[in-house]
Write a protein that binds this ligand. Structure first.
Ligand code: DGP
Length: 116
């Protein structure tokens, strides 16, 4: 299922331009439009799942696929040995703004902890 109102569905369907770094049948990864680190890639399922719970309920395996792709991209982007962070923002208090499941891959600088 895809949602024509959803910006990430449109990127996944290649109807909206993004700097794509990785793609397969199930997912697509592209550079964040507002990067918070030198490497900031979003890995998304092509199918529209508004939240982690929807994805977990409908296709729990997709969450593992997003992680596996992130590990591969981190190597390609040369941050695997330096360190990187993988983040799912879920809901208002986490600051989720796009309601299509996405995994953030952040790296290329020292990342503070705890996050803001
Ligand atoms: P989140 O706060 O977890 O919902 O993060 C959503 C991210 O999506 C945010 O870092 C900015 C990014 N983003 C929003 N719209 C677009 C877009 O049209 N293109 C790209 N490349 N990134 C987008």
């Amino acid at each position: 299922m895809s949602n024509s109102e959803c910006v990430f569905c449109r990127i996944g369907a290649r109807k909206l331009h993004a700097m794509v770094v990785h793609e397969d049948d199930d997912l697509i990864a592209f550079r964040d439009i507002n990067p918070q680190a030198p490497i900031h890639v979003l890995i998304i399922p092509k199918k529209h799942y508004p939240s982690l719970y929807d994805a977990h309920r409908e296709d729990p395996g997709i969450l593992g696929k997003l992680n596996a792709a992130a590990l591969q991209i981190a190597e390609k982007e040369r941050v695997a040995s330096r360190g990187f962070r993988l983040v799912f923002n879920h809901g208002d208090e986490a600051g989720q703004t796009v309601h299509h499941v996405h995994l953030h891959l952040l790296g290329g600088r020292a990342l503070r902890w705890p996050p803001g």
